[in-house]
Design a protein around this ligand. Structure first.
Ligand code: 5GP
Length: 179
């Protein structure tokens, strides 16, 4: 479990500076209109909290919990809604905030869920990371921070077996668990 064995992919400074750019784009898009920011737990918690601190419209935060990984480094291919209770989002601007889009199954599940349950004013999907190479759906995030290769990433909300979410940077290793 030696974090010195992790290679750094994005530093804290790179992440925070990209978040500033993304929030500038969003502030320009929403033009002061109210937004419901939906943080997808647990992975997006760090990104969502840092992002919303830079958004300057009236904003409410909601949290939902999904899971598709079973503690390992590959997706189960099935999205489980652990807790998806949300307020009435009809007529609202909805911004879904994710950590990473990989196969796109989670993003598709969420966008279908929104479409089936609400007539929102707008629904935008924002992910800090985009692993485009792994996509099996046609879903693309409206906003993303960085495109990444097919590596298993940890840190800044992303975990391996529940660990490393607290790191300020994003890193990777060819081998998990770290020895
Ligand atoms: P998708 O449904 O797009 O295949 O996967 C989305 C979820 O898989 C993410 O929200 C995240 O929880 C998990 N995931 C995908 N790639 C990685 C990765 O490189 N590292 C970690 N820790 N989780 C990942």
């Amino acid at each position: 479990m030696d974090i010195k064995k992790l290679k750094v992919l994005f530093t804290e400074e790179q992440i925070q500076s990209r978040i500033k750019e993304l929030s500038d784009e969003m502030n320009a898009f929403y033009k002061g209109e109210e937004v419901y920011a939906i943080c997808v737990l647990k992975g997006a918690v760090m990104f969502a909290t840092d992002l919303v601190k830079n958004l300057n419209m009236p904003l409410k935060m909601e949290f939902i919990r999904l899971s598709s990984y079973n503690g390992g480094t590959t997706t189960s291919g099935k999205v489980n809604a652990v807790d998806i209770s949300l307020p009435d989002l009809n007529g609202k601007n909805v911004l879904i905030i994710e950590d990473i889009v990989d196969t796109g199954l989670t993003a598709k599940f969420l966008l279908d869920f929104m479409n089936c349950n609400f007539h929102t004013k707008s629904t935008k999907f924002c992910s800090l990371l985009d692993k485009k190479i792994k996509r099996v759906t046609e879903v693309e995030p409206d906003y993303y921070g960085f495109e990444v290769d097919d590596k298993f990433l940890v840190g800044y909300g992303l975990d391996y077996d529940g660990y490393y979410r607290n790191l300020k940077y994003i890193g990777y290793s060819d081998k998990f668990p770290l020895e």
